[in-house]
Design a protein around this ligand. Structure first.
Ligand code: FHN
Length: 461
């Protein structure tokens, strides 16, 4: 024992000597220097990307929105609340059974990329409080509370990096599992803080000792995080001071990360945009809706493919390929991003209905991506046949309703010198004057693409 102590002392002395030598020779330990971008530079990749994948995945995929023959209303990720689990029931019946042995991060990334998506936002923790990464802050995580014992955040973040796609995280402010987030009701919980009169004096402790350290942990251990996407901002216990502090903390660790507006308390409702005032956050978050017109600030519409964020096999209300592709175009024509959701099952597989839709969207974006990525809002009013998007010197006409005579009327404000089809490998189309100020582009009688045919209009300078 004595010998061991002596060895320890001499080791400490050696280390101190090396440290002193390094300091005296002016050597500093190597820390990765990150260039702090301006706000415009920071938002650039995200604005160019236009299309991302939301992944709502957690232990709630085990019941899939169904318990003892009862099906929960709304999103299946709310099963804990909607299907009346106690915290204990949920731990035993749901979390302890989450063992997604088929999970393959590379195949998820490949499906997102093939669909034309440029970033992935994964739910690291949803309202049920279960954490998908190896956290030192809680045992209620994938390593301790479920049999899977693989760090999902690590695997997906690495697969994204390898695949050249941005990895982003969703994180819930609401936590139905944590005692301090739920006091004074614990072990019952006030899901979604439906009763806003229940004041929780413990919440600031949950914020300081749990929520904030977790966000720091995620930003420190998983490489570059493209976006931090908060949710649960509506609960009364969460304050604008906490939001501003969280935003600052994130930018101190990763100065170039983008943060959604749900980090603060400015959001007005499902339209996702902030009321007037000084609120933290870099973009608005319309949910399950698309603004009627363009908005002169950055925003991203998030949407489900059926009616649920989490896996819910009973929900058969799948949006068609046509609806989803036209939503993408509509959103970009109004200057927004589209975050389209997938809710993988409890084995770690995407539902076949989602896979089909991703493939169809991918076929369209492969041909027409030029009119989406890096494109901006339409410079003119919406035409009756579809939408416009624009780039420097070019406007793209996305024709949803192809006219029977194949003649597409173009807004008179656009001075077009050349028109060609993206859909048909750049085939040039005739331009005809129509009246004093308008032109028509003459296309084939049959729509080259029944969902959205894109005509590239090159403008005279
Ligand atoms: O309650 C959640 C819901 O489960 C889902 O995560 C969506 C995604 O935007 N956000 C919340 C409701 O606003």
């Amino acid at each position: 024992m004595k010998i061991q102590n002596q060895t320890l002392v001499s080791r400490i002395m050696q280390c101190m000597l090396i440290a002193l030598l390094l300091i005296s020779f002016g050597c500093k330990p190597k820390v990765k220097e990150v260039k702090k971008l301006s706000d415009d530079e920071r938002m650039e990749w995200w604005l160019d990307a236009r299309f991302g994948m939301f992944i709502h995945w957690g232990a709630y995929s085990v019941p899939g929105g169904e318990r003892n023959g009862k099906i929960c209303g709304g999103g299946a990720e709310w099963a804990m609340d909607k299907l009346d689990y106690t915290i204990e029931d949920y731990e035993k019946e749901v979390t302890a059974k989450f063992n997604p042995t088929e999970f393959d991060a590379d195949s998820w990334v490949a499906m997102a990329k093939d669909a034309g998506m440029k970033y992935i936002v994964l739910t690291t923790k949803h309202h049920d409080g279960f954490c998908l990464w190896d956290s030192k802050i809680t045992d209620y995580d994938i390593m301790e509370a479920s049999p899977f014992k693989r760090d999902i955040v690590k695997e997906l973040s690495e697969a994204c990096k390898k695949g050249g796609i941005k990895f982003c995280i969703y994180h819930s402010i609401v936590d139905w599992h944590h005692p301090q987030a739920q006091a004074p009701l614990y072990p019952n919980y006030n899901a979604g803080q439906k009763d806003q009169t229940v004041v929780n004096p413990e919440f600031p402790k949950y914020y300081e000792n749990y929520l904030k350290p977790m966000v720091k942990e995620l930003l420190t251990n998983y490489g570059d995080i493209g976006v931090v996407w908060f949710d649960g901002d509506w609960i009364a216990d969460y304050t604008t001071e906490m939001g501003k502090d969280l935003y600052k903390t994130i930018r101190e660790i990763q100065p170039n990360t983008i943060v959604n507006n749900r980090v603060d308390k400015g959001r007005t409702g499902m339209d996702g945009m902030d009321q007037d005032g000084e609120f933290a956050g870099d973009f608005g978050t319309p949910e399950q809706e698309i603004p009627a017109t363009g908005i002169d600030t950055d925003w991203e519409a998030c949407m489900t493919m059926n009616g649920s964020w989490g896996y819910k096999p009973s929900d058969k209300h799948w949006k068609s390929n046509k609806v989803l592709i036209q939503h993408l175009v509509d959103i970009v024509s109004k200057g927004g991003n589209f975050l389209l959701n997938v809710g993988p099952d409890s084995k770690g597989l995407f539902p076949p209905e989602s896979v089909e839709r991703l493939k169809a969207i991918g076929e369209w974006t492969k041909v027409n991506g030029e009119a989406i990525y890096g494109a901006k809002a339409s410079p003119v009013n919406r035409p009756e046949w579809g939408r416009y998007t624009r780039k420097e010197g070019v406007v793209y006409a996305h024709v949803f309703d192809w006219p029977e005579d194949g003649q597409i009327k173009i807004d008179g404000k656009l001075k077009v010198k050349k028109a060609s089809l993206l859909t048909d490998a750049g085939k040039e189309l005739e331009i005809k004057q129509s009246g004093e100020s308008s032109i028509v582009v003459v296309g084939p009688k049959v729509a080259p693409d029944t969902i959205a045919t894109v005509i590239k209009l090159e403008l005279a300078q």
